[in-house]
Design a protein around this ligand. Structure first.
Ligand SMILES: [Zn+2]
Ligand SMILES: [Zn+2]
Ligand SMILES: [Zn+2]
Length: 247
């Protein structure tokens, strides 16, 4: 399995327009963060997690060859705004792409992109061809890849994380219910959204995220959805040693 983090920035991205903090002025490429998404290649299948606003740029930067299915975490703008650019992959693959998400997320996508789902809307330069599939329970994609959606809380909103094999992707949450924690046991890799040092109403801060990592003890963890409070080169000084926290 090959996993590419297409972006690791919070909803504003980093640098933040108009900000002159040391992270936003940094010349370090690791301080330039597109909005969050991931691309997973496994079993000859390309899986996209979320369609962030920079999706087209990410597809070019990481040379995404094909997208067999899309897993949506939730329909906040920073995770969905690049949805229209899926149409290029319809052109390449000449078929509709299945898009999985929970019910509210899929309803939100329909509301944000009504023309895609309106057969009477003129096609013009093309519309994405997608099949929206509501998913809560684990499913097996084409009899070869088991995908486990797990519900986590993003403030009052229930959003999906996903586990595929021994990898899990959980962004935008501030609480993981017990049933979902159990589904996250025995991981090789946990990708976890952690916003900043200070607490936040709908996201884990660093301290809370590290507590989750300590409890689950994945072999390796990567933090994503991080804001400009975190200057990459300084992070090692305040993250626990690799062996102890398994970071
Ligand atoms: Zn977000
Ligand atoms: Zn800044
Ligand atoms: Zn969100």
């Amino acid at each position: 399995m090959q996993i590419t983090l297409l972006g690791t920035g919070t909803s504003h991205g980093v640098p933040v327009p108009g900000c002159s903090c040391k992270t936003c002025l940094s010349q370090d490429q690791r301080d330039i963060r597109y909005r969050c998404g991931a691309y997973i290649w496994t079993e000859d299948t390309g899986i996209l997690i979320d369609t962030p606003p920079e999706f087209r740029l990410q597809a070019l930067k990481y040379q995404i060859p094909r997208i067999d299915l899309v897993l949506m975490t939730h329909n906040h703008a920073d995770h969905v705004s690049g949805f229209d650019d899926l149409r290029r992959y319809n052109e390449l693959q000449k078929e509709a792409i299945p898009v999985y998400g929970n019910g509210p997320c899929l309803a939100g996508i329909k509301g944000m992109f009504p023309y895609i789902f309106d057969d009477a809307a003129q096609i013009g330069g093309g519309k994405p061809q997608v099949n929206l599939i509501e998913t809560k329970a684990p499913f097996i994609y084409q009899e070869k890849i088991t995908i486990i959606p797990l519900e986590v809380q993003h403030g009052r909103l229930a959003v999906n994380g996903y586990r595929i094999g021994k990898m899990a992707y959980v962004t935008d949450c501030n609480f993981i219910p017990k049933e979902s924690m159990e589904l996250l046991e025995g991981l090789e890799l946990l990708i976890l959204g952690v916003l900043r040092f200070r607490t936040h109403a709908t996201h884990f801060n660093l301290e809370a995220g590290l507590r989750v990592i300590q409890e689950l003890k994945p072999r390796r963890s990567l933090l994503t959805h991080i804001c400009h409070d975190f200057k990459f080169a300084e992070m090692t000084s305040f993250l626990p040693p690799r062996g102890r926290a398994r970071l």
